[in-house]
Design a protein around this ligand. Structure first.
Ligand code: UDP
Length: 374
């Protein structure tokens, strides 16, 4: 007798590989003729409903990773962080176990997976700057695709079959309409988005071939901090994102904020983005783990608020909150920037019971607290 999980896996396998057939009697599969390779894969596929307790977080010392680790620990998960500390801070992992290593190092991964038995992975480790990706695509294909494959191969080799992946709204490129839902066409306009999309697709095929169950979370613009826990962006790094840069200009650490283009097809001519508090993002990961225990295959969700703010609106809101003057200069467009990216995250709200709890004010206020004091 086939259980529900196997029936669902079979249906997916037939949808993707129609070179077999399934005999269904009154809605129930009775027997199947399968290519031998598909049969072997199904035999190997473990169901995904075992309770998740121990988690490997790659990139857990970084900005979004460390906020998520903080929440995971509060929820009593056992957490091991694997991070090369290139952009992460070791203090940011709190009481989680930190293993310093690089996903390019297959031996280190093999050792880690042999030593620790993980129930699931949350994969943050990646390069994330749009502008840099346009100038140096090699770095992005190496870090975001090739190194990610090392992680997946270690999972397959060691029987770990669940992963939450940090994807991005950059997979959509210049969307046909806003708000963007998950079925929108994906045509990335920069290598960063291309590599995130490539990895999502790898997850789909690894799901069908090797039984990996995955949830890809397409983040819109993560911002905000948790200063009370000592968490925020690493202040020793050069900031490239808008909100920390605007705040640095408010602090007088930089002379002005450059506004990249005022000739976009938006209400004030500057780019519009959906800024989401990093704690709301972290919360989506906790819910994704619960969802992974019930939902097989490769699934994709937007994580955003559904509200867009232009660059000028962000500057105005920051002037209001900080009470500081913020000098600005309009400059050329930055290569690879789409005009507007706003999320439709109804799927996430419906299926995860998630909703954003922090607004733009709380994002800027928490970042201001963090930046003033670090
Ligand atoms: N931006 C800007 N000046 C800056 C940094 C960013 O005008 O110094 C703009 C950028 O062109 C984009 C928006 O702010 O339209 C958000 O950029 P960010 O790098 O924060 O996030 P992205 O949307 O690229 O992931």
């Amino acid at each position: 007798m086939l259980d529900d999980q196997t029936i669902s896996d079979l249906a997916k396998a037939f949808a993707a590989a129609p070179d077999g057939f399934l005999v269904v009697d009154s809605g129930h599969p009775t027997f199947a003729v399968l290519p031998y390779q598909v049969y072997q894969t199904l035999k190997k596929t473990k169901s995904n409903n075992k309770k998740i307790k121990k988690i490997l977080v790659t990139g857990g010392a970084g900005y979004i990773g460390s906020h998520t680790v903080n929440l995971l620990l509060k929820e009593d998960f056992e957490v091991v962080v694997f991070d090369n500390l290139s952009t992460g801070r070791k203090e940011a992992v709190g009481d989680a176990k930190l293993v310093v290593g690089d996903l390019a190092d297959k031996d280190a991964l093999e050792k880690l997976f042999k030593k620790e038995k993980f129930d699931a992975i949350i994969h943050f480790a990646a390069s994330i700057e749009v502008e840099e990706s346009v100038a140096n695509p090699a770095k992005y294909y190496q870090n975001n695709v090739a190194n990610g494959l090392n992680l997946l191969d270690a999972m397959v080799a060691n029987g770990v079959n669940r992963i939450v992946f940090s994807s991005s709204a950059a997979v959509y490129g210049e969307p046909e309409k806003n708000p963007i839902d998950e079925d929108s066409v994906c045509v990335p306009t920069n290598p960063y988005g291309e590599t995130k999309l490539a990895f999502e697709r790898i997850l789909k095929w690894y799901g069908l071939a090797y039984g990996i169950h995955s949830i890809s979370l397409r983040y819109f613009n993560a911002a905000g901090s948790m200063p009370e826990a000592g968490l925020g962006y690493d202040r020793s790094l050069k900031h490239t994102h808008l909100i920390p840069r605007v705040l640095d200009a408010a602090l007088g650490k930089t002379a002005e904020i450059n506004v990249f283009g005022k000739d976009y097809d938006t209400s004030d001519g500057t780019c519009v983005r959906d800024y989401i508090h990093v704690l709301d993002l972290a919360d989506a990961h906790i819910r994704a783990l619960a969802k992974l225990q019930k939902t097989p295959g490769a699934n994709v969700y937007n994580v955003g608020t559904g509200l867009g703010s232009s660059v000028l609106e962000i500057i105005d809101a920051t002037v209001e909150i900080t009470g500081r003057m913020i000098p600005m200069k309009i400059t050329d467009r930055r290569p690879g920037d789409p005009a507007k990216l706003v999320a439709n995250s109804k799927k996430l709200q419906k299926e995860f019971g998630w909703k954003p709890r922090h607004d733009l004010k709380s994002i800027i206020e928490s970042s201001w607290e963090w930046q003033k004091n670090t």
